[in-house]
Design a protein around this ligand. Structure first.
Ligand code: GDP
Ligand code: IMO
Ligand code: MG
Length: 423
């Protein structure tokens, strides 16, 4: 029995889905504890590509239980769509293998409208959200005006609470010049979704504790990444939840003392979707990766911004998350390069710093200090054992360990399940 948290060490899309899928073989329960369907986790296995948004990627394994924890904001209509897509791909989803916390908050159609309205109002300062209503749903939760999943099992209360909220939020949408949510149609749609989802709703904190007592292992599937964390990220260009390891505990009801390990997932380079500072951003790396057909968002299809590996960010992420191990993905993305750079520190107004500063203004003023490594110039994607990697790739990874203070335990050299090497 061992409970492990998997988090993203950068700005999301590090390959958490793939790493969680790999680790699920030796776990019993996979838990999502934060975020919503802003997440897009890609798993490629048996020639099929699966994209998961709200459902933990453990669902792709038979005999595992998946939990959507209390820290998640759950869009019932989005969830039904995701369930339908996965079922069409042959994935079994039942009220036995997918449990939803009764206290997770619901994302409603008006949250999406509000998300759109707020982004439009921000103009040039827009965050570049996924448009999934995540910020407004968490705002309602914190403001204590949200609707929780337990209401999906209480249709009469749900209906009256929902009507009240739609009328109230429509006033804001109207004032912002954004389409209002059709009252009757939305009520019918949400009540229909409630009837389908009700059997999945339960006290998932109790479920997790009973599973632990029975000797089962839990795996917490992080969503987003450390620098999208509402507290530790590049605020305000962040998401609205705690995406770091502490969020796995508050978002599930499993306390810190029951966590055995934290694995931080990071790409061998850096990407970001949406606006905000990005010290090592590099257009040439972006062009190279986009020309290879890589680095397009799994949720919105947007081209991701790309740059060199920023060890300053990963070092701080290792610290904030208490990561014991690093899983480095997409090493194969650097295969063709003559030289590979790593940012080891920043220069901020003449001073060398080794941790990221807290404000956007300071981050934007930082210059990266690079160290250049010779490229391995070889296709890594078919390698079967870590020991068989070329020495230059091993040297690059060793340097990443030195710079970040965490041991690399897993390595991704391609998108599919078997392209994962144990270090
Ligand atoms: P997540 O949100 O952290 O789960 O990551 P995404 O699925 O959004 O983005 C990661 C992308 O990299 C996806 O397209 C994955 O299929 C792909 N990927 C993950 N690991 C590797 C790897 O080691 N090599 C390659 N080539 N692709 C990978
Ligand atoms: P996964 O789990 C990458 C980004 C958005 C935007 C900011 C706020 O796949 O790693 P939001 O819709 O959450 O209010 O948007 O956060 N963002 C992600 N970027 N991967 C994600 O999830 C993301 N989820 C949100 O692009 O910049
Ligand atoms: Mg993603």
């Amino acid at each position: 029995m061992s409970n492990t948290i998997v988090v993203g060490a950068q700005w999301g899309d590090e390959g958490k889905g793939k790493i969680v899928d790999y680790l699920t073989e030796n776990t019993d329960v996979v838990v999502r504890a934060a975020g919503g369907n802003n997440a897009g986790h890609t798993v490629i296995n048996g020639g099929q590509k699966y994209i998961l948004h709200l459902i933990p990627s453990g669902i792709l394994w038979e005999g595992k239980t998946c939990v959507i924890g209390n820290g998640v904001v759950m869009d019932p209509l989005g969830l039904l769509e995701e369930m339908a897509k996965l079922r069409a791909q042959g994935v079994k989803i039942t009220s036995e293998n997918l449990l939803i916390s009764e206290t997770c908050h619901l994302v409603m159609p008006y949250h999406k409208g509000l998300d759109k309205a707020r982004e439009a109002k921000r103009g040039a300062k827009k965050i570049g959200t996924t448009g999934r209503g995540i910020g407004p749903a968490y705002a309602d939760k914190v403001e204590r005006g949200g609707l929780r999943a337990v209401l999906l099992t209480q249709p009469e209360i749900l209906e009256s609470e929902l009507r009240e909220r739609i009328i109230m939020h429509n006033e804001t949408l109207r004032a912002a010049g954004v389409d209002e949510v059709p009252l009757e149609e939305t009520v019918v749609e949400i009540l229909a979704a409630a009837a389908v989802l009700a059997p999945h709703i339960t006290n998932t904190a109790v479920y997790c504790h009973e599973a632990i007592k029975a000797g089962k292992s839990l795996l917490f599937e992080g969503a987003q990444g450390t620098y999208l964390d509402i507290d530790h990220g590049t605020y305000p260009f962040v998401t609205s939840s705690n995406t770091t390891s502490g969020g796995a505990c508050t978002g599930s009801g499993v306390p810190p003392r029951m966590i055995d390990k934290v694995v931080a997932v990071g790409k061998a380079y850096t990407t970001r979707v949406g606006s905000g500072p990005f010290v090592t951003e590099n257009e040439d790396i972006g062009d190279m990766l986009h020309n290879m057909g890589r680095e397009y968002g799994a949720t919105t299809g947007r081209a991701r911004r790309c740059g060199w590996l920023d060890a300053v960010l990963v070092r701080y992420a290792v610290m904030i998350n208490g990561a014991d191990e690093l899983a480095i993905t997409n090493l194969d993305g650097l295969d063709g390069l003559d030289t590979v750079q790593i940012c080891t520190a920043y220069k901020l107004r003449g001073k060398i710093i080794h941790y990221p500063p807290s404000t956007v203004a300071d981050l934007e003023a930082c210059e990266p200090i690079y160290e250049t490594h010779q490229g391995w110039k070889m296709d890594l994607s078919q390698i079967k054992n870590f020991a068989d990697l070329p020495d230059l790739a091993k040297a690059y990874l060793k340097r990443v360990e030195e710079l970040t203070g965490a041991r690399i335990s897993l390595l991704g050299i391609g998108p599919s399940r078997e392209q994962t090497l144990v270090a």
